[in-house]
Design a protein around this ligand. Sequence first.
Ligand code: PLP
Ligand code: COI
Length: 356
Amino acid sequence: MQEIRFEKATSFKQKPQDESKLGFGKLFTDYMFEMDYEAGKGWHDPRVVPYHNFSLDPATSVFHYGQEIFEGLKCYRRKDGGLQLFRAKDNFARMNRSAERMAIPQFDEELALQGLIKLLEVEKDWVPHTAGTSLYIRPTIIATDPMLGVHAAKRYKFFIILSPSGAYYAGGLAPVEIYVEDKYVRAVRGGIGFAKTGGNYAASIRAGEIAEEKGYTQVLWLDGVEQKYVEEVGAMNMMFVLDGKIVTPMLNGSILPGITRDSILKLAKHMGYETEERRIAIQEIFDAAHSGKLDEAFGTGTAAVVSPVGALCWKDEKLVINRGEIGPIAQKLYDTLTGIQFGEAEDPFGWVLKID
Ligand code: PLP
Ligand code: COI
């Protein structure tokens, strides 16, 4: 494996005094990880360096055609002060799958993990201490060729930045209200929906703005062909408790294969719940609610953790779920998942990597 070099910073930012005001992704630490790619040379010069701006030619391809990918994971502080990562290898594996779809060269997942660990060792004091907070980690690759032709670039930059963060939604675990989008679509099969790439998020912003104006937190996307089947929410996968069973849309190429989704499915089975991955018509959810069979709805994601959904608005109907309160299954899954992530519960699947 290539050696990761270190360059010391000469100035340091003030760490947040009040961790209850962190919000999500607004503040960044003193260092970052970086490495570069050039055709013929491969990925080279992995390094932990002071956090800095990039100087890029205005013609740089990522600005024009969005050839880029990213990931999102977290570093958690245990009660004993030590630090741990949750399923970090799965994030780098997914990043390489996104890379393949976006014609970005594969990288060495072990090198990326070691780079992240080295960065975290330098930045360990930035991992917040307060319950519910963590250090959000954002690995990213951008195409850096200065050229306007629509081709795969020959040069790329891989970087990882860190952001001490609190809850993704301002209300924390309070249930969110979601707008079921029936005009715009986010992704179609054969497209890029399963990849974690900026274009998917760019395509979602307008619908999100309109939903917010109507008083909703995010959009629930339906399939891009018939607009009949549930896909996912802007930053989380969706799960429903139908007549006691946990049901979630199957992976079909147009939704992100969430690592939290996979963790919740495995934990739920382990805890004795019945689970099902299949196509779910939005009509089925509304019908189930009308006949008293929709017990709960919640989203899953790294940033969102387990977020109860208290209401869904589709066309002209606003459906209130579980009286707008967090349900017992979502609460239990939240407690179990965060228990593992923060090192307070047994880790039956070996998901945690202690780094300190
Ligand atoms: N779906 C989308 C569109 C997302 O952005 C995210 C967040 O990463 C998720 C689902 C959840 O994925 P994960 O659990 O891997 O964070
Ligand atoms: C994450 O949960 O890590 C995400 O990437 C969501 C993000 C788009 C805010």
